[in-house]
Design a protein around this ligand. Sequence first.
Ligand code: FE2
Length: 521
Amino acid sequence: MPNTHPRRDALRLGAFAGVALLAPALSAEVSNAEASTTHFRHGVASGDPLPERVVLWTRVTPTEDSAPGSGVGPTVVVTYEVAKDAQFRQVVRRGDVTTGPDRDHTVKLDVGGLRPGRWYFYRFTFDGRHSPVGRTRTAPAHHADVDQLRFGVVSCSSWVAGHFAAYRHLAERADLDAVVHLGDYLYEDYIGTQFRTHQPPGETVSLTDYRIRHAQYKTDPDLQRLHATYPWIITWDDHEWADNAWADGSPSHDETTEGTWAQRRAAAMRAYHEWMPVRLDGDRVYRRLRFGTLAELTMLDLRTYRSRQVDPAQVDQPGRTLTGPDQMAFLRDGLLNSGAQWKLIGNPVIFSPLLVPQLPQAGAVSQLVGPTINNDQWDGYPHDRDALIRLLDEHDVRDTVFLTGDVHSSWAFEVPVDEALYPLTKVVATELVVPSVTSDNIDELTGSPPRTTSLALEAALVGLNRHLKWVELDSHGYTVLDVRREHVRMNWYFLAERTDPNSAAALAKTVTVVSGTQRIG
Ligand SMILES: [Fe+2]
């Protein structure tokens, strides 16, 4: 990737010497306390970078009664500016956006006319007051011969389960291109250890509920800071709507007391699109972002089109789907016709086959990954998975890497054509699973100290699933994915204490996938 920042930044950020990509410093305005308590108290965000476009987002609070979810307050005009520099001396785009109570006073625009592979700064202005300044980066040009990319990758960030120190650590890095969030960005309801309190209390059901919940998450200082520091590329999993959601319902939704599922899903989707820096194509959330000839990132939506989860004995029933036919065709097309080397797939639930060992502690694992198999993962939808594995095998597609969330723990799989024959079978892809930012994992579910009960479970999992090369069930944190021509490398960073906003984080594991091998090294 071309190094577009001034040399003085590279010198000042000497800790990253040798890294091709370094971000220009974000001015102190990003943490401007005054801005955060007046009109722009939910921060700023950007997302879905294309070579010439990026989505910009904020929420304006023009009057005290214009609270999130209130449905009241004036219609107002907010000005946006995009500049080459943090001081806004070289403004390249400026315009007005109208917002009001019909969209919960959120502001979202898709700014075009930008240059590829560049850092930009942006801010919003209302009534003479500026928002915090955000920094973002466009994707490299479609055919750019990029030699390095770096993404922060996260999932499962429950407000009540702890603090977002993982976001702070990512925001403090100067060497990322973007942040990828694989789902469970927020929770409609959280059953587990609770250190903070959700707003509104209890489960979100109505449009007002979902708006207030989104707004609450957007008040977290570490979340605000990471949004202001890098563009995010986000997909949803179930908790953005309701637990274990499928196309036409959720086990936690009761139509006799909570209204129709269609109403609830529409409310959740509407609040999501209002509050998240995600580019909309109609209602379609699955999409592909390309980063020169080095990588394409396909973000999947595994809730909108999926068939209902069924008993493990019935998962083979004909016609069942996780992706839906249109998304499957889109995914197949991307895998077969990609002009980019690495096919990265932002995948909310585990793709690889996984058997759960029957141990006394396995009850806790079952809460995360099911009693024998997890019917909420691709294991519950073998037709779709087999079709993809066959495609990768028959067309000899290389360098496909699934980036996965959902299970609040860390895993590295090789994806075999036939797991029963592994290792005497072709491997067609790899899968790297990121831990939760905060949500409970095995030590919390079993009530055991970290790295005690889980050790036997981890050994049993690896023994039963030979294509599973590594698993760690106890830690929270974040990952950083380094993409180069010769390999992708995932670094897992684990937090010392999820309830401490100032928690330290340390590198715990590195996995390398050498190009062309589909092997975990
Ligand atoms: Fe989760």
